[in-house]
Design a protein around this ligand. Structure first.
Ligand SMILES: Nc1ncnc2c1ncn2[C@@H]1O[C@H](COP(=O)(O)OP(=O)(O)OP(=O)(O)O)[C@@H](O)[C@H]1O
Length: 284
């Protein structure tokens, strides 16, 4: 299976860059149903934004977080303006041409971002051996939380979308032997008073791809200079597996998603709550 998988499929943008106003309009018009409405729905359903929140919106420069930044700007324009945002971008050690592309995109899209440097790629590559992704993700999370805190934010928004959520569920099931999903929000254990939110939770990746391609913006693709050389990323295998399953069951993605909404505690052998393990035998 591994040999067939493309570990980092780049997004090829087919048309010229559209005018900024047109790009912004397309978010709430052309992509109203699959993107804008899903963004609003997740915010409402999971109560992601409260009055007076100050939200650090984390942008890697990839398609997901660029869209997320624009969604927050549109929300401030057309929705309730009861919160503040700060856009934060951490440079983990990008190649200088990638850094330039990132800055140009932010500039073109009029996203005023705090860009800061962290030496994450180099450290993860040096000390994490063949499986740098986990270490890199942890260090990255730390750097982003730290910056959010420094800016006085109480929330950190990340650009994980619907497909990230179901892939995580499957990764846990198939490789960790546990049933766990990616949550739409969670309180940080290490940074008191900081909450992580995922406003793209209900948005399917294919629409983000369509949006970015039609905008003519070249997002950062495979900017990671470490994992591209190594094969530690099981996520791509899961993606391929879900695609394969979809050929015979088009609802498979929704089923995986719903599984985390419909856990039947009478039909599990054991579960963990607040760090304490429970067995069905405890109450049998
Ligand atoms: N260097 C960074 N600076 C700021 N935020 C980041 C950075 N890297 C990741 N993030 C945040 O973490 C989220 C998840 O990171 P991940 O690398 O899994 O994203 P991705 O699937 O490549 O998404 P994207 O298209 O936004 O890069 C991003 O959407 C973004 O919000």
């Amino acid at each position: 299976m591994t040999s067939e998988i493309n570990y980092c499929e780049p997004i090829i943008v087919e048309n010229d860059r559209k005018a900024l106003k047109e790009i912004e309009r397309s978010i709430i018009k052309t992509y109203r149903k699959p993107i804008w409405s899903k963004f609003i729905k997740a915010i409402k359903e999971y109560d992601l934004i409260k009055d007076n929140d100050k939200i650090a919106v984390a942008i890697s420069g990839g398609k997901d977080s660029l869209l997320m930044a624009k969604l927050f700007q549109e929300l401030k324009k057309y929705g309730k303006n009861n919160f503040e945002v700060e856009f934060i971008v951490m440079d983990p050690g990008y190649h200088k041409d990638i850094r330039k592309l990132l800055e140009e995109n932010l500039d073109y899209l009029q996203i005023p971002a705090h860009i800061f440097d962290a030496n994450i790629f180099e450290v993860a590559d040096r000390i994490a051996g063949e499986y740098p992704c986990y270490m890199c993700a942890r260090m990255r999370r730390g750097a982003l939380y730290g910056k959010a805190k420094e800016l006085g934010c109480n929330k950190l928004a990340l650009g994980h979308h619907f497909n990230d959520v179901i892939e995580t569920t499957m990764l846990n099931l198939l490789y960790a032997g546990s049933f766990k999903t990616m949550m739409p929000k969670l309180k940080s254990q290490n940074y008191e008073g900081l909450e992580l939110i995922r406003p793209l939770y209900l948005i399917e990746e294919k629409y983000i791809e369509r949006f970015i391609k039609s905008s003519g913006i070249w997002p950062l693709n495979c900017a990671c200079m470490v994992a591209a050389k190594k094969i530690g990323n099981k996520r791509y295998e899961i993606k391929a597996l879900i695609d394969k399953l979809k050929e015979s069951n088009e609802n498979v993605e929704m089923s995986i998603f719903r599984a985390a909404q419909n856990v039947n505690l009478d039909q599990v052998l054991g579960y963990e709550k607040k760090g304490i393990k429970n067995s069905f035998l405890d109450e049998y």
